[in-house]
Design a protein around this ligand. Structure first.
Ligand code: ADP
Ligand code: MG
Length: 344
């Protein structure tokens, strides 16, 4: 199997749109950039009369993100989560407030999505070569799959107040799917504490926005969507959305996959019901929600469901979602009722 890791190819990239001349000279847009969680972050803050020391804010953000990684990265061997994962003890342990918040929400979304989002799916993620452990160059055998599947399941993880425990020694918790979103929420809370109420935060494609640009306009976000032209080639057009004071998360299997010699792609998203990478016609799912962590988790959960179930699930639960699916007649997009208010 040839391994191809494609990150953020131009297939469907959410990016910042809208460029207007400044109308209020007292207001300034400052861009803070850096790296975290194996990706980049871009934060735009609007400052009035230079009232806030943005260098200090930038240092504060970096410190927050370093702490977040030290709590929940599975790539850091001595992170709080890695220590929980490698421990074979079934005794409940006290965990940090950050881990509590993320695990609590992950369990809630896991139940809401009937197990489609499952943070215990790590052994399967590793088996298919996407986790920090190893990158096998063969497709797992039925026996490997069976073994890995026996180790997973949210019912084997118990959060009771600030105490976390596992019911089986080999349980492995992987928060990759909502940690970026949580990071965005943390930064948003931090900015608001510092008196910054106009911002656009983006970490690895996950976004949260509030207020206005320095020009007084609302923040615009563009979703790049593929189309199939007569030659069968894919080009991109944009769907501009105005999410207002919300987060925007997109899940799509074009970003990160392995490709076998016969061209078959293996997504990094695993269907816990089959133990295998998802394989359906859903190209991407975009969710708008006040919390970036929730939007992040919901978009991945819906990606696992596939196009028909995902739309039903979103409508039933009042979720603002926008999906793109591949059909015989080209790409088809669909918005839930709640999403329509954000379309420009
Ligand atoms: P996307 O942006 O495409 O949603 P994310 O990075 O948010 O991707 O989440 C994918 C990661 O989550 C995978 O790399 C894997 O570590 C983990 N994962 C895969 N399948 C699931 C699942 N069904 N539930 C929870 N986490 C998953
Ligand atoms: Mg996600």
């Amino acid at each position: 199997m040839i391994k191809v890791k494609v990150l953020m190819i131009s297939f469907m990239l959410v990016f910042f749109a809208g460029c207007f001349p400044s109308s209020d000279l007292n207001k300034q847009e400052v861009l803070l950039q850096g790296r975290t969680m194996g990706t980049t972050y871009n934060i735009k803050v609007v400052i009035e009369n230079n009232a806030i020391d943005t260098k200090q804010v930038h240092t504060g953000i970096d410190a927050l993100l370093v702490q977040l990684n030290q709590e929940m990265s599975t790539y850091i061997v001595d992170s709080e989560l890695s220590r929980f994962n490698t421990s074979t003890s079934l005794t409940p342990v006290a965990i940090s407030v950050g881990l509590q918040r993320v695990i609590k929400e992950a369990i809630r979304l896991g139940q809401l999505s009937e197990g489609n989002l499952d943070i215990t799916v790590g052994p399967l993620v590793n088996l298919w070569g996407f986790g920090p452990e190893y990158r096998p160059n063969t497709i797992p055998t039925a026996e490997d799959l069976l073994l890995a599947r026996q180790q997973i399941g949210l019912s084997k993880l118990v959060l009771d107040g600030n105490k976390l425990s596992k019911k089986t020694a080999s349980l492995y918790v992987d928060l990759s799917t909502i940690a970026k979103g949580y990071g965005v929420d943390l930064v948003a809370e931090y900015l608001e504490e510092k008196g910054i109420d106009n911002y656009l935060i983006e970490i690895g494609g996950e976004m949260r926005l509030k207020g206005f640009k320095h020009t007084g306009e609302l923040w615009h976000v563009a979703i790049e969507k593929p189309i199939q032209d007569a030659s069968g080639e894919h080009r991109s057009v944009y769907q501009v959305i105005i999410p207002k004071d919300n987060a925007v998360a997109t899940s799509g299997d074009y970003r990160n996959y392995h490709q076998a010699k016969d061209g078959q792609r293996f997504s990094h998203i695993i269907d816990p019901a089959t133990g295998k990478p998802i394989n359906h016609k859903l190209v991407s799912v975009t969710v708008i929600h006040p919390s970036s962590m929730t939007a992040d988790g919901l978009s991945t959960a819906m990606m696992v469901m596939g196009e028909v179930k995902a739309i039903d699930f979103a409508e039933k639960n009042g979720i603002a979602a926008y999906i793109i699916a591949k059909t015989e007649h080209g790409f088809v997009e669909q918005s839930t009722v709640k999403f329509m208010q954000y379309l420009k």
